[in-house]
Design a protein around this ligand. Structure first.
Ligand code: UDP
Ligand code: MG
Length: 320
């Protein structure tokens, strides 16, 4: 018998249309894994109802009466996808050895779960689901996504391109992730910070088979901005560069205006105005960036992110 308990965590927000299908497809995968002795018979599916207004929670309750492997959490209100995922992980991590998160709409290929489990047994603590193509995305979504990944990279944020929140994590990786106390969650940026050996599984991402996307453009832009401002103080550094650039320009301008002035032909007051506008602008930007540097420090301090994760130590055992 295999003792590794797997929990498949599925966040759901108004997903009554997709839930029956999701329940049976993911249920099949889980049952196959159990019968192939890849995971423990105690393995579960955990639906996280993110304050749905429709019949989602009623369905989840019904399924969990019907099937022993189906469980659920419901929130008091809608807290958002990322919070739903984290809640699922924090509840599941008490009992599970392996946790997989997947969206309710089956856009991500559930069969990739088999490959993820194999990669786990090959010694990976994190397995990212990576979409191999973006054929089903609109031109706009594909290109904005690509631009976002390259921008994030320039900002010094480590992301796995084309991976979202479809991934496997081992218990110890999830416990490390739960040490991050920040409120602005951007899990796909946080998971790589956890470290450990990781791997990727590629799959084709499909269209949502029913229901509407819960991520309209406005929410997506907010999410992207959240990603940048939760992970990078690069924008502050850019203010500093701009400040330095403008001060340099003002020095060149100073020389130019003085030459003009001594050659005659300038209106009186022009030189002093030109010099002061540019120099003051530069000084202001530079001062702002000094303040920004301190705010950047406060930003990293208040996050109270763990300073390190220890993979193994035997000191404590030997001291017993
Ligand atoms: N979701 C959630 N809370 C929200 C919004 C979305 O739990 O406030 C869930 C949703 O039910 C789905 C997943 O997050 O399982 C991804 O949402 P969706 O498929 O609508 O996003 P898209 O794939 O269009 O980016
Ligand atoms: Mg979707």
């Amino acid at each position: 018998m295999n003792n590794n308990i797997l929990t498949i965590i599925i966040p759901c927000f108004n997903e009554e249309e997709v839930l029956p299908e999701t329940c049976s497809e993911v249920g099949n995968i889980l049952n196959n894994l159990i019968s192939e002795k890849k995971v423990s018979p105690k393995s579960k599916i955990l639906f996280v109802d993110d304050g749905s207004k429709d019949d989602t929670w009623r369905l989840i309750k019904e399924y969990s009466k019907q099937y022993s492997y189906i469980t659920g959490i419901t929130f008091t209100r809608n807290y958002g996808h990322q919070n739903a995922l984290l809640a699922g992980l924090s509840v599941a991590s008490k009992y599970s050895d392996i946790m997989i998160t997947i969206d309710a709409d089956l856009q991500d290929d559930v069969k990739a779960i088999y490959k993820m489990i194999d990669k786990y047994y090959q010694g990976n603590d994190v397995v990212y689901g990576v979409r191999s193509s973006r054929q089903t995305d609109t031109f706009f979504k594909k290109n904005t996504a690509l631009a976002f990944y390259s921008l994030m990279k320039k900002m010094g944020v480590q992301l796995v391109p084309n991976s979202a929140d479809y991934r496997l994590m081992s218990k110890r990786a999830v416990l490390a992730l739960l040490e991050y106390q920040e409120r602005n969650l951007f899990l796909r940026g946080m998971v790589p910070l956890v470290g450990y050996q990781s791997s990727k599984v590629f799959y084709e991402r499909k269209e949502r088979f029913a229901g509407k996307s819960k991520y309209p453009l406005k929410k997506m832009v907010h999410f992207a901005l959240d990603g940048i401002t939760s992970f990078s103080t690069m924008p502050i550094k850019l203010i500093m560069n701009l400040g330095i650039l403008i001060i340099l320009i003002s020095i060149i301008l100073m020389i130019y205006t003085l030459i003009q002035k001594f050659n005659g032909g300038t209106v009186s007051g022009w030189s002093s105005l030109m010099i002061s506008i540019w120099l003051l602008g530069g000084i202001q930007l530079l001062s702002l960036s000094v303040l920004g540097e301190y705010i950047g420090k406060i930003f990293t301090e208040v996050k109270r992110r763990p300073r390190f994760h220890i993979k193994y130590e035997n000191y404590s055992q030997k001291m017993k």
